[in-house]
Design a protein around this ligand. Structure first.
Ligand code: SAM
Length: 306
C-alpha cells in the first residue's frame, strides 16, 4: 500500500480529462446562490511541479497537459493548432495559467486547488479534502495553509470512502463529490460501487464523479457497467466520458530511461451531471483527442442517460 504517488501522473491525459470535467461541473454548480459543498475523497498533494523529477521520469505530463498547452496556448506569434478552441479547454488552460508565470507551465494544480479556485467565499461554499498518504497529506496541508482560506477548506488524514459519509447530505443540500482513487489495490473498485450505493441512499440528489483507469483488468471493465446499473436502479441520470490517447509508436529514446506505454485511457462516470456538461464535452472531447491522440487505439466516447 501507499506506493502510488500522484506526482508521477500529474498533468497526464487522465488528469486533463478529469480536471476539465471538474471545471465544467463546478462552473455550473456555482451559478446558484445556495452554498455548495465539494468533497474530494482522494485529494493527493494539491500542487505538483511539472519540471521536477517525478514528472520528468514518467513523461506523462509531456503526453498530456504540456502537449495541450503547447498546441492550444503557444507563445505568440505562434497560433493555436485548432482555430476555435472549445470554451471548456480555454477555461481549463486559463485556470492553469493562473498558477504559472505568463507563457510558462511549471506548476500543475491538482483537484483540490482547482476546486478551491472556483468556490465562492460570499456563498460560503465549502471544500472537504481527504488524503491518506503520509507524505502527500503533509504536502497537501502545507499547500492549503498557504491559501489562508480559513474555514472554507478542511483537510483530513482519513479514508475518504468513510470520511465522506459525515458530510452527506450537506446543510444546503448541494454537493459535488469527486471520487478519484489510485486503484493500486483491487478492492478500490468494489469500494467505489459500495460508496456510491450507500451515499445515493444518504443523499440522492448530489453530483458524484468517479474517475477510473481503462486497463485490461476485469474490475476496471466492470466498474462503469456497475455504476450504470445502480444509477439506473436509483432512477438518476448519468454521463460517461472516456478518452484514449492510444499507443505511442516510438516510446524509447536511445540513452534515456525506458518508458512503457503507461496508462493509455481513462473514464469519468458522473451521477446527476449538470445539464450543461454534455454539450460542453461534445465540443471539447474531439479537440482533446485531436491534440493528445498518438496512435493505435485512440478514441473518445460520450454517453448519457436520464
Ligand atoms: N484527486 C487528485 C487530483 O486529481 O489531483 C489525485 C488523487 S490520486 C489519483 C489518489 C490519491 O488517493 C493518492 O494521493 C493516494 O495517496 C490517496 N488515497 C489512497 N487511498 C485513499 C483513501 N482510502 N482515502 C483517501 N485517500 C486515499
Amino acid at each position: 500500500m501507499f506506493s502510488y504517488r500522484h506526482a508521477f501522473h500529474a498533468g497526464s491525459h487522465a488528469d486533463v480529462l478529469k480536471h476539465m470535467m471538474l471545471i465544467a461541473m463546478l462552473r455550473h454548480l456555482t451559478q446558484k446562490e445556495t452554498a455548495l459543498t465539494v468533497i474530494d475523497t482522494h485529494a493527493g498533494a494539491g500542487l505538483y511541479r511539472l519540471d521536477g523529477d517525478y514528472a520528468g521520469k514518467s513523461g506523462e505530463a509531456a503526453d498530456g497537459v504540456i502537449k495541450l498547452f503547447a498546441a492550444l496556448a503557444p507563445a505568440p506569434p505562434a497560433q493555436p493548432q485548432i482555430k476555435d478552441v472549445a470554451p471548456l479547454l480555454q477555461d481549463y488552460l486559463g485556470i492553469l495559467a493562473a498558477f504559472n508565470a505568463p507563457g510558462q507551465l511549471k506548476i500543475y494544480p491538482g483537484s483540490p486547488f482547482i476546486e478551491q479556485r472556483l468556490l465562492r467565499e460570499e456563498a460560503r461554499d465549502k471544500l472537504k479534502l481527504f488524503e491518506l498518504h503520509p507524505t502527500d497529506i503533509k504536502a497537501l496541508a502545507g499547500n492549503i495553509a498557504q491559501l489562508e482560506a480559513g474555514r472554507q477548506v478542511a483537510v483530513a488524514r482519513q479514508d475518504g470512502f468513510e470520511g465522506l459519509k459525515a458530510f452527506l447530505p450537506p446543510p444546503s443540500r448541494r454537493a459535488l463529490v469527486l471520487i478519484d482513487p489510485s486503484y493500486e489495490i483491487k478492492s478500490d473498485y468494489q469500494k467505489v460501487t459500495a460508496c456510491i450505493q450507500d451515499n445515493l441512499k444518504r443523499f440522492a440528489t448530489g453530483t458524484y464523479a468517479v474517475w477510473y483507469p481503462i486497463i485490461p483488468r476485469p474490475e476496471a471493465h466492470e466498474l462503469p457497467r456497475r455504476l450504470k446499473t445502480l444509477t439506473t436502479q436509483a432512477g438518476k441520470p448519468w454521463l460517461h466520458a472516456t478518452l484514449s490517447i492510444g499507443q505511442a509508436e516510438e516510446r524509447n529514446v536511445p540513452g534515456e530511461p525506458e518508458r512503457g506505454q503507461g496508462l493509455t485511457a481513462s473514464g469519468m462516470f458522473v451521477i446527476n451531471p449538470p445539464h450543461t456538461l454534455k454539450a460542453a464535452l461534445q465540443v471539447a472531447l474531439p479537440q482533446l483527442l485531436q491534440v493528445l491522440g498518438r496512435g493505435r487505439g485512440q478514441g473518445q466516447t460520450l454517453e448519457s442517460a436520464g
